[in-house]
Design a protein around this ligand. Structure first.
Ligand code: SF4
Length: 340
């Protein structure tokens, strides 16, 4: 038996392809970490675009300020790093998640050339389209025991699609807003059109819409909010299904989730930290130290990174199921992704 998984989302597939160990920590153990300022700005932007798509005459400045305020009011000022702290909690939060960044993203997408992504001028069919579909194929079947509970069924595909529009050519198109950078996690190099042709997030959206939701999608377009860049790609349903099947079979037979371990992954991955303060759950593994002789020949005590601590279990001969039995977050629901 491989990893105890019952569903895949576009983000979980990406996480698995980037680093199976990170996928294991997030989706099998249920570790969670709070969103950083970039992700919060992205969420605010998404909500503004969603509301604007339904209310095209809205006052954009008022709408932006209202949604921005709603989100920053929910941020605990205690989370804000020292360098961003100002005289009042509100000014600290506003410095950490600047309104200007959200406004810049809006200007960027609306003024992109030759194609603007102003939702007010688009024929919007759906916003934030949630899906949860079951693949009733023999290859998608699973069955496992975890903490005394039997899990059996077929793989489910879940997710949420930012926007479905009818474009100027009368074709259905999926649009996805991206607040992150368009770069490869392992190398730090900018991604290319060819790499987006392999992108499983958009491939999954296109496949699910066409096969399960009755939406005959022609194109999928990724729009990078901060870089003023977009990529439009078409996908072949049979090839996408084949890739989902291959990934699922790998997950089903995985006995040791490998780790990415590139220099670049450590820049943003919360599991690269050596303490659990960044995680919203209690420490699951007692931080372990090891001795290290530094360049000056002096002995230092270092603490393993979170993912290094998890990796030690596999090196020690534990199976993924045994690690889950021991370390899975108590309230983790293996059938559902909850980002808290
Ligand atoms: S720090 Fe790198 S190797 Fe470790 S879990 Fe994150 S992506 Fe994987």
């Amino acid at each position: 038996m491989g990893l105890p998984i019952t569903f895949l989302r576009s983000s979980s597939i990406k996480e698995y392809l980037d680093c199976p160990l990170r996928f294991f920590a997030s989706y099998c153990l249920g570790l969670r970490f709070p969103s950083g300022p970039s992700a919060i700005s992205g969420t605010i932007f998404h909500e503004i675009m969603e509301e604007l798509a339904h209310n095209k005459d809205a006052d954009l400045d008022e709408l932006t300020e209202r949604i921005y305020k709603k989100h920053i009011d929910q941020i605990d000022p205690a989370r804000i790093p020292k360098t961003y702290q100002r005289k009042t909690p509100e000014s600290s939060v506003r410095t950490w998640v600047p309104l200007k960044k959200v406004k810049n993203s809006i200007v960027n997408v609306m003024s992109m050339s030759p194609r603007s992504f102003d939702v007010r001028h688009m024929d919007v069919l759906r916003t934030e389209l949630k899906f949860d579909v079951e693949i009733k194929e023999p290859w998608a079947n699973y069955s496992f025991e975890l903490r005394g509970k039997h899990h059996e069924g077929y793989l489910r595909l879940k997710g949420s699609i930012d926007l479905v529009i009818r474009n100027e050519n009368g074709e259905l198109e999926i649009i996805d807003w991206k607040s992150g950078r368009s770069e490869d996690m392992s190398t730090g190099e900018p991604k290319t059109f060819e790499s987006y042709c392999e992108d499983m997030q958009m491939a999954l959206y296109s496949y699910v819409c066409r096969k399960y939701l009755g939406l005959d999608i022609s194109y999928t377009t990724l729009v990078f909010l901060n870089e003023g860049q977009c990529f439009s790609v078409q996908f072949d349903d049979d090839l996408v299904e084949e890739r989902i099947k291959t990934i699922w079979q790998e997950i089903q037979s995985c006995d040791r989730p490998t780790k990415n371990d590139s220099l670049f992954c450590q820049r943003f991955c919360p599991y690269s930290k050596s303490c659990f303060d960044v995680i919203t759950t209690k420490p699951l593994v007692k931080p372990r130290e090891y001795d290290w002789v530094n360049e000056a020949g002096l002995l230092e005590h270092k603490t393993y990174r979170i993912c290094g601590q998890l990796w030690n279990y596999f090196v020690g001969g534990y199976t993924p199921m045994q690690v889950c039995e021991a370390l899975m977050r108590d309230n983790h629901n293996i059938d559902q992704y909850v980002n808290t």
